[in-house]
Unconditional design. Structure first.
Lengths: 336, 352
């Protein structure tokens, strides 16, 4: 049975090789329901069409669905894909199958989420989440001016696992604000008295509201709120509104989803750092084409272990010295 | 006393009982007996104890009227789901789809009222009808196709969750848009302030739902049938209860309660968020189990689930205010569940 499968795989591969100079590529996302990945798929599909690449797309059923992603990579190897774009749902568990794919001659690019270690893939195209945090931190500190020294800060994080995107954004914000972050991969080890506390939100509105309520019970005078993403920010805003403090508190966030950008224009969120899923995917397709034609692999951004697809600060209250876009401009670029 | 023949006189001093059972009334046995007859005692005692302990550990701010009312707000949605879950568990079933029904119906209400311009009352009625339909689907699969409740609702959980993502595009409906088009959806977010306490309509709704369901379960024939089915399905059948019909009605009622929870969740969360309450199914079961309702069916008071939900809320708030890391909250809730089921098993072994 195994032999039979192997030979049919070889047959498939040779067939793909024989048919003109067609390039096959795969896009594998964590899910196909999250607007972030929907946008990514759009970008990849458009770029593939433009470059004459045959693109197959796959997705896990839910976040954390490792099995579906492994099966998808195996299918891609079998179809002789020249390149695989993947947002690994588990940074470590997929390592063996990715090595197989590379051995079979595919260029593997991690999108959005890096592998651990990052060099498991040929390249990583991602948002600089630390930078995203730094931007909103600097903005918040500048906005407060001298009052920044007396700020009371609430930190609304993702969940108890403290994954990389969680600590990068959280600690980026704190560093941008001017707080000593101690261990850059640890959340909550800071001892700056301006921090009221951390709580988790699961990145949704319900969690954001509950977390904000909890932290206000520790100190009702919180006036700066960092949130892991915009749904959590919307939840925090509701909690503040219920006690009539929505106008005294500054909320900052990260993501750049369209409802989030709309919340900037309505004053719910003060500033957010926008990331660009569509760009990650279209750059990925370009890289596969280049590699298939010339054998050149994409390079990392200088000083980072990934290629930075950029992050933009969106706010309607710009600060001199911190480049930003308005919410109106942001609405043209947002995802979801 | 009549005179007996001499040969019977030897029996005079002997025991005249026909049969006798050894019963040693130790303190522990008596406690076990009391708890067997009053299943809500344990959760009430645990609730009072945990309030006292956290008052000492976390201080006066924990025990303030505002914080206690906040705990009520925070548990209100899971509390309503736990009421629906109790109905099912009393029939010796389980419903893994409660939170999925809730979110799906809130998304349907939101899509209709906010995106499609349907008047809010009609959107809410459609959502509630949808909840009953979803419950009927569970109930019919269980009674007509004879699927185990666990498998049925494991399946419908996925089905309802997928429909929710499809209808919502995995995108939240923003609070501001709801205010603009259908403020009624956020009705249960309104609140009355009594002293320092802030009681939302959602909290009042939760308590009302528990009272109504308690009345239905304890004071109506239907309610006694539900307990009888949970205790012994075949015996209930043989005593003339239309078991299938009653079971379907229980699942439909639970579905309706979930849909109402969906409406209330919009007031609580502010927005309509398809990604919220992903663990609501399990949290509702946690509340029911900690509330002393037996997973084996037929025993326990629905009020226990209310206390169970409150105990979880008190632990979370207390541990957070005492500055304990989130993972230890999860750890503590885990132990609560195991201890609650262990106590239930012990009580079940009581001799009648």
């Amino acid at each position: 049975m195994k032999n039979l499968m192997t030979s049919s795989v070889i047959a498939l591969t040779t067939m793909a090789g024989a048919a003109y100079a067609d390039i096959n590529a795969c896009l594998i996302t964590k899910t196909d329901t999250n607007p972030f990945f929907v946008k990514m798929k759009e970008g990849a599909t458009a770029a593939a069409k433009e470059n004459g690449i045959n693109l197959s797309t796959f997705a896990g059923k839910i976040d954390g669905d490792v099995e579906s992603q492994i099966a998808a990579v195996e299918t891609c190897i079998a179809s002789g894909a020249k390149g695989i774009l993947i947002t690994p749902t588990d940074s470590r568990a997929l390592t063996p199958v990715i090595s197989q794919a590379r051995d079979a001659g595919a260029l593997v690019i991690a999108l959005d989420t890096p592998f651990e270690p990052a060099n498991v893939a040929d390249a990583t195209f991602a948002t600089d989440n630390f930078k995203a945090g730094v931007l909103i931190g600097e903005w918040a500190a500048a906005k407060l001016g001298d009052e920044a020294a007396n700020a009371k800060i609430a930190l609304l994080d993702l969940n108890a696992s403290e994954i990389s995107v969680d600590y990068l954004r959280n600690n980026g914000f704190l560093q941008g604000f001017g707080i000593d972050i101690k261990d850059p991969t640890d959340i909550g080890d800071e001892d700056d008295p301006r921090i009221v506390g951390n709580d988790v939100t699961n990145g949704n509105e319900e969690g954001g509201r509950t977390a904000m309520e909890n932290l206000m019970q520790i100190d009702p005078e919180i006036n700066v709120v960092y949130t892991i993403n915009e749904p959590a920010a919307a939840g925090a805003y509701e909690a503040l509104k219920s006690v009539g403090r929505e106008n005294d508190v500054m909320i900052v966030s990260v993501d750049g989803g369209c409802p989030g950008v709309q919340n900037i224009s309505e004053g719910v969120i003060g500033a957010t750092s926008m990331q660009f899923p569509l760009l990650m995917a279209s750059l990925g397709i370009d890289a596969i084409k280049t590699w298939a034609e010339t054998g050149a692999k994409p390079r990392n951004t200088e000083g980072l272990d990934f290629y930075n697809t950029g992050v933009e600060l969106i706010t309607d209250e710009p600060i001199d010295g911190i480049p930003s876009l308005t919410s109106a401009e942001g609405l043209g670029k947002c995802w979801g | 006393m009549t005179t007996k023949p001499g040969y019977e006189q030897v029996l005079d001093g002997s025991d005249t009982q026909v049969a006798r059972f050894e019963t040693r009334h130790t303190l522990l046995k008596r406690v076990q007996h009391i708890l067997h007859n009053n299943p809500t005692f344990v959760p009430v005692i645990v609730l009072i104890l945990s309030l006292a302990v956290f008052w000492i550990i976390a201080g006066g701010r924990f025990f303030s009227a505002f914080n206690l009312s906040l705990i009520m707000q925070q548990v209100s949605i899971i509390g309503i789901l736990a009421a629906a879950q109790s109905l099912i568990i009393i029939t010796a079933g389980i419903d893994l789809s409660v939170a999925a029904i809730m979110i799906l119906m809130s998304v349907i209400m939101g899509n209709l009222a906010v995106h499609m311009g349907v008047p809010a009352p009609i959107a809410i009625i459609v959502g509630c009808a949808g909840g009953m339909l979803a419950g009927a689907m569970n109930g019919l699969l269980i009674t007509k196709i004879k699927l185990p409740p666990f498998i049925t609702t494991l399946g419908t959980w996925s089905i309802f969750f997928a429909l929710n993502l499809w209808l919502s595009g995995a995108q939240s409906i923003r609070s501001q848009d709801i205010d603009e088009h259908a403020g009624l959806l956020k009705f249960f977010g309104n609140a009355v302030n009594i002293g320092g306490a802030r009681i939302t309509f959602g909290v009042i709704l939760m308590i009302l739902i528990f009272i109504v369901l308690w009345y239905m379960l304890n004071k109506t024939a239907w309610g006694r049938h539900v307990y009888a089915i949970g205790d012994d399905m075949e015996a209930a059948e043989m005593s003339g209860i239309r078991t299938e019909r009653t079971l379907v009605s229980v699942y439909m009622l639970a579905g309706l309660v979930c849909a109402i929870a969906g409406w209330a969740s919009i007031g609580r969360v502010g927005s309509i968020s398809p990604q919220s309450f992903y663990e609501g199914n399990l949290q509702s079961i946690t509340a029911v189990v900690i509330g002393g309702i037996s997973l084996f069916g037929g025993r326990g008071s629905i009020m226990g689930a209310l206390f169970g939900a409150l105990i979880v809320g008190v632990f979370q708030s207390g541990l957070r205010m005492a500055g304990v890391d989130v993972l230890w909250q999860v750890f503590a809730i885990g132990w609560l569940i195991i201890i609650a089921v262990a106590i239930d098993q012990w009580i079940r072994r009581v001799s009648a």
